[in-house]
Ligand binder design. Sequence first.
Ligand code: NAD
Length: 313
Amino acid sequence: MNALTQVLCQGFYIGKKKMAKIGFIGVGNMGGGMAINLLKAGHAVKVFDLSEAAVAVCVAEGATAAASASDAATDVGVVVTMLPKGKHVRSVYLGDEGVLNAANEGTLFIDCSTIDVATTREVAKVAQSKGMMIVDAPVSGGVGGANAGTLTFMVGGLKGAFEAALPILQAMGTNIVHTGGAGTGQAAKICNNMILGISMIGVCEAFVLAEKLGLEHQTMFDIVSTASGQCWSLTSYCPVPGPVPASPANNGYKPGFSAQNMLKDLHLSQDAADGFGASTELGKAAMEMYEAYVGGEGEEADFSGIVNMIRKK
Ligand code: NAD
């Protein structure tokens, strides 16, 4: 029996198509939309979250409510987790009450949370020792991508586990890349977000300088978006109101991608850089600037709102 057949053996048929029975743990801002897309694809989904309101949203779309994380992992072929931090992943997966003890041997685990590489590798090791398949599959694309089913997945793990995860991930995303062994999905994610944090600060500083030099926001945008300074932070997520209507700058800097989440990811990249001996001086400076922003006016704001802190300096 290959890995994919193993995952689907807990499943059921819709016409000739075999669907999976899936447990989904952590149905917050991101996980909610992802679980609903699995339902829309025809899979049977049992959800668990500490927030009853978050569970209710999925149940209204056809999910079943599980009584606990271990209940969500019982008698399913696949378990997806979308949790805030490494400590949450550790508590849900490991220990006597953990999902790795509740699931049937051969269950496929897909952890989509953005967490540290060390926890990911530790959990993967324990899962494999219990005869489970596991991938780390952090995402890029935000709440919009989670709702639309257009996420990018960076997937670390053994080839067989990746192949088994692929049809499940295709119901939630459009760009799915196998990055290598366990933890490399997280590595790709934190390196990407370190670039994002640095580039957002660069774009914000340039807009503040442009303001002081008497250059209009729109003129600056029109030039730079087609010149060598162009990047995603400018063209898709412009930190000043006007040029990109969908960016949080036009909505009072309501997240979006929160400054707190950016700070979390910059801590992850900095911890990894320190642990593995990489020089990331701009990453460190970006982390310190987001620490100041989250500790002050940016506690509840989108990460692009850091332009307001820079302007006041
Ligand atoms: P969120 O806080 O909205 O959702 C997390 C959910 O997990 C919450 O509903 C919470 O109640 C639940 N939870 C926490 N501990 C639990 C436990 N022990 N058992 C069951 N449920 C538990 O966060 P989010 O924005 O959905 O982010 C989730 C992950 O996705 C994070 O790692 C984040 O870094 C990552 N991410 C977020 C975005 C974004 O734009 N929000 C983008 C990419 C990646």
